[in-house]
Design a protein around this ligand. Structure first.
Ligand SMILES: NC(=O)c1ccc[n+]([C@@H]2O[C@H](COP(=O)([O-])OP(=O)(O)OC[C@H]3O[C@@H](n4cnc5c(N)ncnc54)[C@H](OP(=O)(O)O)[C@@H]3O)[C@@H](O)[C@H]2O)c1
Length: 213
């Protein structure tokens, strides 16, 4: 059993924190304002803790980064040395602060970069793995998709961290699709734009990617 630090008080943080508890892990959630998660902690019990980003990161064996893309660099700065040497599952997407156009979101990153590469450069001792960025939160834990195990695209520069990500994904009902080093986040992050289009156009949010061979 591991303690998983989930940095994020939004819907992804909530879903993954509850999912990890369901699968037998301890969870410490990080937020700039721990008071706002007091209700969650009270409802969840002794295996659930709430802390600052720094304290949560320091207490986790594995860290999940589930913060707004525009705040990700600040959240990593606040988490600080607690990330060093740890697998950091990076769910974030670099979504710009503007509405979608014909269902197509805008990113604040360009095509030859990615948010995860920025974060990896900012915190070189952390072991970032892009993960859970290409599906909506309601399908992240034990997805029920007609008996098919969906694919989760992952990437990162540290092979041991990707193995840890693969094991966690397997536990939560996903097949990891390893796309290589951190630069592959340039391809994985935009899958969020593609995944959201049916949602914005037709209010259809229940789908996931699957690689067929
Ligand atoms: N929603 C989905 O279904 C989904 C699916 C896949 C990937 N994602 C990605 O997952 C991430 C989390 O999404 P979400 O919908 O759960 O929540 P969100 O509203 O995008 O993010 C909320 C979190 O971001 C933190 N945050 C916001 N601005 C910050 C700043 N300037 N500095 C530090 N932290 C900041 C908040 O911290 P406090 O707790 O301190 O307020 C909070 O924990 C996003 O990057 C999103 O693109 C979302």
């Amino acid at each position: 059993m591991t303690t998983i630090a989930v940095l994020g008080s939004g819907s992804v943080g909530q879903t993954l924190a509850d999912g990890f508890l369901k699968h037998g892990h301890d969870v410490v959630r990080g937020t700039r304002d721990p008071a706002k998660l007091a209700g969650w902690k009270a409802a969840t019990g002794a295996r659930a803790q709430v802390a600052t980003f720094a304290d949560a990161a320091a207490r986790g064996d594995v860290v999940v980064l589930a913060v707004k893309g525009t705040g990700a660099e600040e959240a990593v700065r606040l988490a600080g040395a607690g990330l060093d040497g740890k697998t950091v599952l990076d769910t974030t997407n670099p979504i710009a602060e503007k509405p979608p156009v014909n269902g197509v979101l805008s990113f604040f990153t360009g095509p030859d970069e990615s948010l995860m590469e920025r974060l990896q450069k900012q915190a070189p001792a952390a072991r970032f793995v892009k993960c859970f960025s290409s599906v909506g939160n309601s399908l992240m834990v034990d997805p029920q998709l007609g008996g098919v195990k969906p694919s989760m695209f992952i990437c990162g520069d540290h092979s041991g961290a990707k193995e840890q990500a693969r094991a966690i994904l397997d536990e939560l009902g996903w097949e990891a699709e390893d796309c290589g080093g951190a630069a592959a986040a340039r391809a994985i992050e935009p899958l969020c734009i593609l995944w959201c289009i049916p949602g914005f156009l037709r209010n259809d949010w229940r789908h996931a990617f699957k690689v067929l061979r």
